[in-house]
Design a protein around this ligand. Structure first.
Ligand SMILES: NC(=O)c1ccc[n+]([C@@H]2O[C@H](COP(=O)([O-])OP(=O)(O)OC[C@H]3O[C@@H](n4cnc5c(N)ncnc54)[C@H](O)[C@@H]3O)[C@@H](O)[C@H]2O)c1
Length: 351
């Protein structure tokens, strides 16, 4: 009885404190924020369980991919660094898009085949920077075999980029959507029958509670940072499926995949209360970045996947994705909206 009373008291106090700090917001938004917070915890716990159940799958034998070129966004830390390590171990030439290309020398020194690593400046918050990066890549490499859209941010206050796009959507989805468009001619040249070039979008199980706010994609009217992260990751997943479909219709030898890397102990969590309160729990229960890189490298190299373009992968097998992401009408609508945001006619995508 006293335990029940104590629980009710704690929950009531928490609700009162939450309401006090959010009292200027309409009740509809408060309820939506609470739902997202609870659902996101659910997606996180589900992701952790999935990682534990499939712990043995996180192994990969890297092929010899000499004379092939890989491009990756964000590789200077976290999961991206381990993906770069794997691509170099597979003897690839690797071009990183990072905000501070000055970091490349130190990184190259710490890696096997580091002499095959290059970096150009890329800030995914700016479409102009994405264009300059793509120009730098294609100036040197007219043929590209793998594009890993890995860079990402999670949470933060509402902010629009210089292009007028909500920041998480801009970095996680729109910047990569634009980069994929710009590199598709080079990727198409790299793919052959039976050995397609690959676009690997690093999404997240956090897409699960998400939906796309088609009528207010920047979520100006109802900004909730958790919902915005979920939307951006869902958009990456839906675009992987839709772009793969249009490439198949055009008989292009390029496949697109979406990968959830697992729940991984990285600086992505820097804005979370969880990281501040329980850093030890992250060390204990989350994957290491090296383990997080395995599913991404699997999507880059696994030969079986050749027949499964558009797949959502988690722990090297098909993952569970939400219903919204599978709706072909929504996928098409998002594709058109994304083209609009990068100022492109939809039928010119990838050309
Ligand atoms: N860590 C996890 O548990 C987890 C779970 C699911 C999905 N992911 C996804 O994995 C990817 C890698 O994340 P991580 O965990 O290694 O996090 P991280 O924070 O360690 O790495 C993110 C990378 O993105 C780069 N980046 C951020 N903003 C950028 C910008 N404007 N322009 C260019 N680069 C930018 C950072 O510099 C960094 O290199 C992200 O897309 C993330 O959403 C991570």
């Amino acid at each position: 009885m006293s335990f029940t009373l104590a629980s009710v008291a704690v929950l009531t106090t928490a609700a009162a404190v939450y309401w006090y700090f959010n009292r200027h917001k309409p009740i509809k938004i408060i309820l939506s924020e609470l739902r997202y917070t609870v659902d996101m915890q659910g997606a996180g716990v589900g992701g952790l369980i999935d990682d534990w159940v499939n712990v043995r799958r996180n192994k990969i034998v890297l092929p010899d991919a000499s004379r092939r070129v890989a491009v990756i966004t964000g590789g200077a830390r976290g999961i991206g660094t381990e993906v770069v390590r794997g691509l170099l171990q597979a003897n690839m030439t690797v071009v990183m898009g990072i905000r501070d290309p000055g970091l490349v020398n130190k990184l190259a020194e710490s890696m096997e085949n580091g002499e095959n690593l290059k970096a150009y400046k890329l800030d995914l918050q700016s479409l102009k920077s994405v264009k300059e990066f793509a120009e730098n890549v294609t100036r040197e490499h007219s043929v590209v075999h793998i594009l890993v859209n890995n860079a990402g941010i999670m949470f933060g206050d509402f902010k629009l980029t210089e292009d007028g796009i909500e920041t998480q959507l801009a970095v996680n989805h729109i910047g990569h959507f634009y980069l994929t468009h710009l590199l598709l001619p080079a990727l198409k040249k790299g793919g052959t029958l039976g050995k397609s070039s690959r676009v690997v979008n690093v999404t997240s199980c956090a897409h699960y509670p998400g939906k796309v706010y088609f009528d207010d994609i920047n979520m100006k009217e109802h900004y909730d940072t958790t919902a915005a992260y979920a939307q951006s990751k869902l958009a990456q997943l839906m675009s992987s499926r839709y772009i793969n479909k249009i490439l198949e219709e055009e008989s292009c030898q390029v496949k697109c995949y979406a990968v959830h890397p697992g729940i991984v102990d990285t600086d992505l969590f820097e804005k979370t209360l969880f990281r501040r309160m329980f850093p030890w729990a992250m060390k204990m229960f989350f994957k290491t970045p090296a383990k997080g890189a395995v599913s991404i490298l699997h999507a880059c190299f696994d030969e079986e996947l050749e027949k499964k373009g558009g797949l959502y992968i988690s722990n090297c097998i098909e993952g569970i994705s939400n219903r919204f992401s599978k709706n072909p009408e929504y996928q098409k609508r998002l594709f058109h909206l994304s083209c609009e945001l990068i100022g492109l006619e939809a039928d010119k995508y990838g050309k």
